[in-house]
Write a protein that binds this ligand. Structure first.
Ligand SMILES: NC(=O)c1ccc[n+]([C@@H]2O[C@H](COP(=O)([O-])OP(=O)(O)OC[C@H]3O[C@@H](n4cnc5c(N)ncnc54)[C@H](OP(=O)(O)O)[C@@H]3O)[C@@H](O)[C@H]2O)c1
Length: 276
């Protein structure tokens, strides 16, 4: 596994982790595939994909329960990210949401707690006061945000009194690169890790001219389009990726995006061919 520093914390996290959206249901609980999902999460952890991204909203809490099952006996080997939903952004709401997540994950702390989306309803100062308290109480080791642009990030940072935002989780992949305008330059300047979600754009990179470009470059390295797309992503500074896979063969393919590097020339070639 390759590691990268989380923000300016000195903590190292895997460049490739696992997402969990759709595991245990989408916005509603679905227990039909529990065994398969737990098996894939365990398989991924064994392969070194020890950074796991989940959220209280996924499967109405059931995704967190599946993660809790999968990490039994392995808590000190994994880096758990979970997220609080905007409807819980009041001071008391955040504290209560964290208790819910901890109980579903069956752990006494998470590694990184994120605000899932920006919200205009509750003042960010109030939400961040609760987030800072959660660090002070040892319920999360780090805090961050998701889907924040640079202006929103600036506001969130200004509202903190004693801790830092270490990461911004955003949609970013070879096909969807608008984040390169905003907020990525701001994140790089401020030392905020970019956690790239939808890193294979839910399979859309595997169609049409995008697939062709990825295949062409991949041939040189003996790599598949998915592996090239993920290697492109983790070639970017301060960036880690969290693809989701429930199938073991998908996980094996994802792991093949590590341990080698696209040349700078091929990175440029891909960016010229794949317009956004
Ligand atoms: N913060 C946010 O607002 C936000 C928003 C969206 C997502 N996320 C996080 O980011 C994670 C990743 O994003 P995502 O799940 O939306 O999209 P994604 O990772 O781009 O794509 C997931 C899909 O790709 C398939 N897949 C995985 N490996 C594959 C392979 N080697 N070949 C072909 N298909 C493959 C998976 O299939 P199988 O499952 O069948 O293996 C799944 O259907 C989420 O799970 C979630 O944790 C966060």
């Amino acid at each position: 596994m390759e590691y990268r520093e989380l923000g300016r914390t000195g903590e190292k996290v895997p460049v490739l982790g696992m997402g969990t959206w759709g595991m245990g249901g989408r916005f509603e609980r679905d227990e039909r595939y529990d065994e398969r999902e737990i098996r894939s999460l365990r398989f991924g952890i064994e392969m070194g994909l020890t950074l796991i991204d989940t959220a209280e909203i996924y499967g109405a809490g059931h995704a967190e329960e599946l993660v809790g099952e999968a990490i039994k006996g392995l808590r000190d080997k994994v880096f758990i990210i979970t997220k609080v939903w905007p409807s819980h952004y009041t001071y008391e709401g955040v504290l209560k949401a964290m208790e819910g997540s901890l109980s579903r994950l069956k752990t006494s702390y998470v590694d990184l707690y994120l605000l899932h989306w920006p919200s205009a309803t509750v003042p960010i100062e109030e939400t961040m006061r609760a987030m800072e308290r959660l660090i002070d109480e040892g319920k999360t080791r780090y805090i961050g945000v998701s889907n924040f642009n640079s202006a929103e990030l600036e506001e969130a940072m200004a509202s903190l009194s004693r801790h830092e935002i270490v990461a911004n989780e955003i949609r970013y992949n070879i096909l969807i690169r608008s984040a390169e305008k905003d907020p990525i330059p701001f994140c790089l300047k401020e030392g905020i890790t970019i956690i790239a979600y939808r890193p294979i754009e839910r399979g859309s990179i595997l169609t049409g001219y995008v697939r062709e470009a990825l295949e062409e470059v991949g041939r040189k390295y003996g790599k598949t389009p998915v592996q090239v797309a993920l290697n492109w992503l983790i070639s970017k500074p301060m960036t880690v990726a969290i693809p989701k896979a429930s199938r073991i063969e998908h996980l094996k393919e994802l792991a093949g995006s590590l341990g080698w590097r696209l040349s700078e020339e091929d990175v440029r070639l891909l960016e010229e061919r794949i317009k956004w």
